[in-house]
Design a protein around this ligand. Structure first.
Ligand code: SF4
Length: 670
C-alpha cells in the first residue's frame, strides 16, 4: 500500500491559515493533521477540517458536468461532457450579450476559497472581458475593511503570539472558540501570566474560567458602549493627548459624539451594567500593554461600521501602542499585498455594480436591466444571503440561466441549469495568505481531482479561450499561475519562496523581531501616515447611532459556529439546526430544551429545535450562519429571517438587525 504524508495549507475563510499534513494512502486521504512549523497552528487544527475527507468522498460530491432535466430546485440532472458545458455557456453568454449587453450576466462568488489564485484573478479577467455586472462583496468584512483602511491604512495588527504580553485583552465581537481557535492557547497563557481578559458579545463565548469579565452587549449596541468609555476617559483625563497630537487627526468629531453617551445612557441602550462598562474602561486605561481583538461580529448591523471605528479608536485614544502586546488586531491581511493586475493586466471593467446583500432584488424579474444569467462559484447564496425568499424566487426564474461550479450539491447547486464539478483545496494549486496568522502558505494537490473536477482557474481559462479572448493569462497552467502570483506578492522581507509554496510549505512576512509591533516596527499606511479617527467612510453623520427595531421581541444573531466555515461543510457537519435562547426567555414562553419551535418574523419562519443556554443573553436568540436547508425542519434557515438592508459603511449587510419571536411547534424530538 502506497502511503505518504504531504504538506499543504488550509484555504478556508478562517484567520488561522493552518499548515496541514495530509496522509494519503493509495490515492485516498486518510488523515488531515496539523502541519509544522507554523507560528500558530501549535499542534492542533479544527475538527471541521480534520474531517474534510467526508466532503472529498461524500455521496453528494460532484464528479461530472451536468445539465438540468427537471424543474428548477429539484436537482434532476443528466451527465454531459466538459466540451458540451463550455460550448453551452459560451453560446448562451454570447446570445445574452448581443441581446441585452454583458451587464445581464452576474458573477457571484465569495469566500468558499481564500486562495489568492482561485478567486478574483482569471475569473475577474473573464467576466471583465464579457462586460458582466460587477459584484459588490458586501456580505462580510466590508465595514471592517473600509474602516481599518481609512483609519490605519490596514496597519498590521498585534500577532496572536504576542497576546500573552498584554496586561489586558478585550475580545470584542469575536468568538475565538468558533473561528480563530489558535488564539485560545495564547489567551490561556496570558491569563496564566495574570492578564485581565474581557469579552464583549451578546453570547458568552469563552468558558467562565477563561475570562474575567463578560459584557453581554445587545446586538448592534456596541457603538454606545464604546462611546461611553471614550467619554469616561476624556472626563478623567485618561486620553493620551500627546500621542493623539502627534499621530492622529479627526479626534474632536469623535469626542463630540462620545460626550452624548453617559455610562447610564449607554447601559440602558446596550443592556450592559454601567459598572461593567466603567470597569472595562478603567482596566483598559490602567493596563500597559493592552490589546483589543476586534471581531467581525460588531459590523453585522446598521451601526456596524460606526462601531468598528469607535472600537478601533481605543488604542489610539489611550496611546496603547509601541510595545509588544499593545494595540489592536482586526484583519492582518494588510501585511501581504498582491496586485492582480501584475498577473492579468489592468482590467477595463466599469459596468454596473450589484450589491450581493441585495441579490434577491437584483434577481427580481423587474430589475432594470434584468439579470439574465448568474454564474456562482466559491459561494452558496441560498444558504448565506439575507432576504432568502426573494433570493429563492430569483433562482426559481425559468428565464435565469444559472451556472454553478462547486464541489458538492449545495442548496444553490440544486437550482443550476449547468452544474460543474470543482476541485477541493486538496486537489489543486493555490496560495493562502492568512488574515490572522502571519503566514503565506502553499496549497498543492495531495490527491488527483475527483472525477472530472476542475479548478476555478482551469474553468475560467477555458471559458476565456472559448470566447476568443487572447490575453496570455488564459493560457497559463495552474502551477505557472501560482508562481506568477508568488513573484508579485509584496510583504516584509520580499516575496515568498515560490518553490516552498509549490511544495505546500509556507513563508512568513519578515518583520523586525519576528512579529510586528504597532508604532514601533509598523505604522499607519494611510497617505499621511496618521490615524484618521473620523474617516470619511463613516458618511455624513459619523458615529451617529440608530436605535434597534422593536417589531418583534427578540434579536436574532447568526454568528459563525464551530461546525461550518460560513456554509462550507454543511453537507456533513450540521445536520440539525438549533436556535439558542436564554432560560428566562424560554420560561416566559413555556418552552423546553429540545422542543421543536417556530422562529418567525414578517419575512418568514424557520422550524428547528430549541437549545436553552445562559450563554446567550436575555432578549437575544442565536442560530448558526451558513446552515443548509437540509438541517431545518421546514428547509428554512437564519437567512429567511434576516433583512437585506445595507448600512452606511460599504453598503454592507445587517444580519444581526433581524428581530424574531419564538413559539412552540411541537414538544420534544431532539
Ligand atoms: S478552518 Fe481554520 S482552524 Fe480549521 S484547519 Fe482551516 S485554518 Fe485551521
Amino acid at each position: 500500500m502506497a502511503k505518504e504524508t504531504l504538506s499543504t495549507t488550509c484555504v478556508m475563510d478562517c484567520p488561522d491559515a493552518c499548515a496541514l499534513d495530509v496522509t494519503v494512502e493509495d490515492g485516498r486521504v486518510t488523515a488531515i493533521e496539523p502541519g509544522s512549523p507554523h507560528p500558530d497552528t501549535a499542534g492542533f487544527i479544527c475538527s471541521k477540517v480534520s474531517q474534510f475527507h467526508k466532503r472529498l468522498y461524500h455521496r453528494d460530491r460532484l464528479l461530472h458536468p451536468m445539465r438540468r432535466v427537471g424543474p428548477k430546485g429539484e436537482a434532476s440532472f443528466e451527465r454531459i461532457s466538459w466540451d458540451e458545458a463550455i460550448a453551452e455557456i459560451t453560446e448562451r453568454f454570447e446570445r445574452i450579450r448581443s441581446e441585452s449587453g454583458g451587464e445581464a450576466i452576474l458573477p457571484f462568488h465569495y469566500g468558499g476559497s481564500n486562495g489568492m489564485v482561485s478567486d478574483e484573478l482569471i475569473d475577474h479577467l473573464y467576466f471583465a472581458r464579457l462586460g458582466a455586472s460587477r459584484l459588490d462583496k458586501t456580505i462580510c468584512a466590508v465595514p471592517a475593511t473600509e474602516v481599518a483602511l481609512a483609519m490605519y491604512g490596514k496597519m498590521p495588527g498585534v500577532a496572536f503570539a504576542d497576546y500573552p504580553e498584554a496586561e489586558c485583552i478585550v475580545i470584542w465581537g469575536a468568538n475565538p472558540r468558533g473561528s480563530n481557535i489558535h488564539l485560545v492557547p495564547y489567551l490561556r497563557e496570558a491569563k496564566r501570566r495574570g492578564a485581565t481578559i474581557i469579552t464583549i458579545d451578546p453570547r458568552r463565548n469563552l468558558a467562565r474560567a477563561e475570562h474575567d469579565l463578560h459584557l453581554p452587549v445587545l446586538p448592534g449596541q456596541d457603538l454606545p458602549l464604546a462611546l461611553a468609555m471614550i467619554r469616561w476617559w476624556e472626563e478623567r483625563g485618561a486620553l493620551d493627548t500627546e500621542f493623539l497630537a502627534a499621530n492622529a487627526v479627526g479626534v474632536e468629531p469623535l469626542l463630540e459624539q462620545a460626550r452624548a453617551w453617559s455610562l447610564d445612557r449607554a447601559a440602558e441602550v446596550s443592556g450592559v451594567d454601567a459598572t461593567a462598562i466603567e470597569r472595562t474602561a478603567a482596566t483598559l486605561a490602567a493596563s500597559d500593554p493592552a490589546v483589543v481583538r476586534c471581531g467581525w461580529g460588531i459590523e453585522r448591523n446598521t451601526n456596524g461600521g460606526q462601531a468598528i471605528a469607535a472600537v478601533l479608536s481605543i488604542p489610539a485614544l489611550l496611546g496603547k501602542f509601541g510595545v509588544r502586546g499593545a494595540g489592536y488586531t482586526l484583519s492582518n491581511g494588510g501585511a501581504v499585498k498582491f496586485d492582480p493586475s501584475t498577473v492579468v493586466g489592468e482590467l477595463d471593467w466599469t459596468t454596473r455594480r450589484i450589491n450581493m446583500t441585495q441579490l434577491g432584488r437584483a434577481l427580481a424579474s423587474d430589475f432594470d436591466p434584468p439579470v439574465r444569467a448568474i454564474f456562482v462559484y466559491n459561494a452558496n447564496p441560498l444558504a448565506t444571503v439575507p432576504e432568502h425568499r426573494a433570493v429563492r424566487r430569483g433562482f426559481e426564474r425559468d428565464d435565469l440561466f444559472t451556472v454553478v461550479h462547486d464541489q458538492v450539491l449545495t442548496d444553490t447547486a440544486r437550482f443550476a441549469d449547468l452544474l460543474l464539478p470543482a476541485t477541493t483545496f486538496l486537489e489543486g494549486w493555490d496560495i493562502r495568505s492568512g488574515y490572522g496568522s502571519y503566514i503565506v502558505g502553499g496549497v498543492r494537490p495531495v490527491i488527483s481531482p475527483a472525477g472530472e473536477a476542475r479548478t476555478n482557474m482551469q474553468l475560467f481559462a477555458e471559458l476565456g479561450r472559448a470566447a476568443g479572448f487572447d490575453e496570455p493569462a488564459f493560457h497559463l497552467d495552474d502551477q505557472a499561475l501560482l508562481r506568477k502570483v508568488a513573484a508579485s506578492i509584496d510583504m516584509p522581507g520580499g516575496p515568498p519562496d515560490a518553490d516552498a509554496l509549490v511544495a505546500g510549505r509556507h513563508s512568513r512576512p519578515d518583520f523586525p523581531g519576528g512579529r510586528p509591533v504597532q508604532f514601533e516596527s509598523v505604522f499607519p499606511q494611510t497617505p499621511d501616515r496618521r490615524i484618521h479617527l473620523t474617516p470619511a467612510v463613516l458618511g455624513e453623520r459619523p458615529f451617529a447611532w440608530s436605535a434597534p427595531g422593536d417589531d418583534y421581541p427578540l434579536s436574532l444573531i447568526s454568528p459563525a459556529s464551530s461546525k461550518l466555515v460560513t456554509s462550507t461543510m454543511g453537507e456533513y457537519n450540521l445536520d440539525t439546526l438549533r436556535v439558542t435562547m436564554h432560560p428566562d426567555d424560554a420560561a416566559s414562553r413555556d418552552l423546553a430544551h429540545g422542543d421543536r419551535v417556530r422562529v418567525f418574523n414578517q419575512r418568514g419562519e424557520v422550524h428547528c429545535h430549541l437549545r436553552i443556554s445562559d450563554r446567550v443573553r436575555p432578549g437575544v436568540s442565536s442560530m448558526p450562519k451558513g446552515a443548509w436547508s437540509r438541517s431545518s425542519i421546514n428547509g428554512a434557515t437564519s437567512v429567511t429571517l434576516c433583512p437585506d438592508d445595507a448600512q452606511v459603511v460599504g453598503d454592507a449587510a445587517c444580519f444581526n438587525d433581524a428581530r424574531v419571536e419564538i413559539a412552540l411547534l411541537g414538544a420534544g424530538g431532539s
